[in-house]
Ligand binder design. Sequence first.
Ligand code: FES
Length: 122
Amino acid sequence: MYNSKVMEAFANPQNVGVIENPSGEGTVGNASCGDIMKITLKIENDVIVDAKFQTFGCAAAIATSSTATQMIIGMTVDEALQVTNAKVVEELEGLPPQKMHCSVLAEEAIKKAIEDYKSKKQ
Ligand code: FES
């Protein structure tokens, strides 16, 4: 059901874990399946220098969070806010249609973590 790029990201996920004292963190749940994802970010001068995730979810959720964290490291927070689930799925060369909802978790968790960072900064 999954292509080889998704299987590779699932079998060998990058950036798994939690950053201690993160600049921002976001936890989201997927209402349709009950899965949960937490993303923690280390941000310096509005640039994401590290990102880690913990996903209690399916293969698609793990593959998309691994890929999404890889994509946003090195981006400014405003650039990272433009990373949609569709862009992450494009990077993974597609997901089965019934698993598209799983990719929304990473986008939402990143947005929440950046909001947390921005609210702490004020
Ligand atoms: Fe829950 Fe995929 S089935 S995130």
